[in-house]
Design a protein around this ligand. Structure first.
Ligand code: PLP
Length: 407
């Protein structure tokens, strides 16, 4: 993090090769039964995603249903407090309260074109489940959401939202009964009816072509933000900062800036309670290479290759892997990654709520903690923060942590 902006190494390529690899990462590590389904998805992505027909419908849904473009907000108080020029890209203002809807509506439009009769999705904190339920309701497809039984308990309001929008929520009791088990269960469902079912995956993870598809659908964030920075701030940011769980909001913000050599990119992972295995969910910062859920990437595993459970105060970052493109961007040096602890994130959340009047998600708060650290090290910088979602969903945990500290 000490290199100057002009020293950012040029990026050779961040496009997947024919086998879906970003440098050494990515690819497709799946059982034979999934290969045909992924091939069909790949053909559908190649055919429909670039088509004017798909793009115009996608743009129309983003504008008239999701509420895009989302605002770019000058954070006056944070700028003063941090000694920086701080701008927020407001995905918290998107329909259903986070960036996830950009991906969910895009994949559901694709599903219709591929002739699917139903949508399935996995969800951890419930945000992708809510976005998928909303998109499926909008486009008239039935939707089944797999969710770890532990998360069904922890995220009751989101389960209710999904049901109100007509989705069937299936609690998964196998494995760790959280996100990882939910993804496994969704893949099993997909294998049993790969033609009639469309699996809408919620982050830039999994086997090719999902990391690519999700990135393409989320890049609207960075394309808008780049244009808005030029229009409203009068220039590009010195750094763009985003939180990284699976990595979809971060890659969506970063990708349109990759060719801008003066723009540093900084991803912030969940540092949890600290660096020990099991105490965090920072796969890039603390992980090692391995295969998880169809992709070769950096994962949190023990010395025997057993994937370990993770800890983060934020359910949406609590995953033991990360999208392969991020692993590649880290290795290439184009993007820097750091971890912010639970405590730093909650502190940043409180500061933003108190001084900007914006209650951000706990996931998002990790990006703010990282941005604040950057501002301290680089006074006067122009900082763009990806404000991935709103914090209303986090009220139960904020009640037990931040609010109890205030009273
Ligand atoms: C799901 C979620 C995240 C983490 O997912 P990514 O795929 O890493 O973006 C971050 N912020 C919010 C608000 C979320 O809902």
């Amino acid at each position: 993090m000490n290199s100057r902006a002009k020293d950012v190494p040029p990026l050779k390529s961040s496009e997947p090769d024919a086998r879906g690899r970003y440098g050494e990462f990515g690819g497709r590590y799946v059982p034979e039964t999934l290969v045909a389904a992924l091939d069909r998805l790949q053909a559908g992505v190649d055919r429909h995603l670039p088509s004017e027909d798909f793009q115009s419908e996608y743009r129309r849904e983003l504008a008239t249903w999701v509420g895009r473009p989302t605002a770019l907000t000058r954070a006056h108080a944070l700028s003063r407090r941090w000694g920086a020029e701080v701008w927020l890209k407001r995905e918290d203002l998107a329909h259903t309260g986070a960036h996830k809807i950009n991906n969910a509506i895009g994949q559901t439009l694709l599903a219709k074109r591929l002739g699917a009769r139903r949508i399935i999705a996995e969800t951890g904190a419930g945000q992708h489940g809510v976005a998928s339920a909303a998109a499926a309701a909008r486009l008239g497809l039935p939707c089944t959401v797999y969710m770890g039984a532990v998360d069904v308990e922890r995220q009751a309001p989101n389960v209710g939202r999904m049901k109100l929008m007509g989705a069937t929520v299936v609690p998964v009791t196998s494995g760790d009964a959280t996100l990882r088990a939910a993804i496994d269960e969704a893949l099993r469902d997909w294998v049993s009816d790969p033609e009639g079912t469309y699996y809408s995956l919620g982050s830039a993870v999994g086997p090719h072509p999902y990391p690519y598809l999700v990135r393409e659908l989320q890049s609207v964030i960075g394309r808008e933000a780049r244009r808005q920075m030029l229009d409203l701030a009068g220039g590009l940011p010195d750094v763009a900062v985003a939180c990284v769980g699976g990595g979809s909001n971060a890659i969506g913000l970063f990708h349109p800036f990759l060719a801008d050599a003066t723009v540093r990119l900084l991803g912030i992972e969940a540092g949890g309670r600290g660096p020990g295995l099991g105490d965090n969910a920072a796969s890039l910062t603390f992980g090692t290479p391995g295969v998880l859920q169809g992709s070769y990437t950096l994962i949190l595993q023990d010395e025997h290759g057993q994937v370990r459970e993770t800890h983060s105060v934020s359910a949406g970052l609590d995953y033991s892997g990360v999208g392969p493109e991020h692993a590649h961007l880290m290795r290439s040096g184009r993007v820097a990654y750091q971890a912010a602890t639970d405590e730093e994130a909650l502190d940043a959340l409180s500061e933003c709520a108190r001084h900007e009047g914006i209650l951000i998600a706990i996931e998002t708060a990790h990006a703010f903690a990282g941005a604040r650290r950057f501002a301290t090290a680089h006074p006067g910088s122009r900082i763009l923060i990806g404000c991935s979602g709103r914090g209303d969903k986090d009220m139960p945990i904020l009640q037990r942590t931040v609010l109890e500290g205030l009273t």
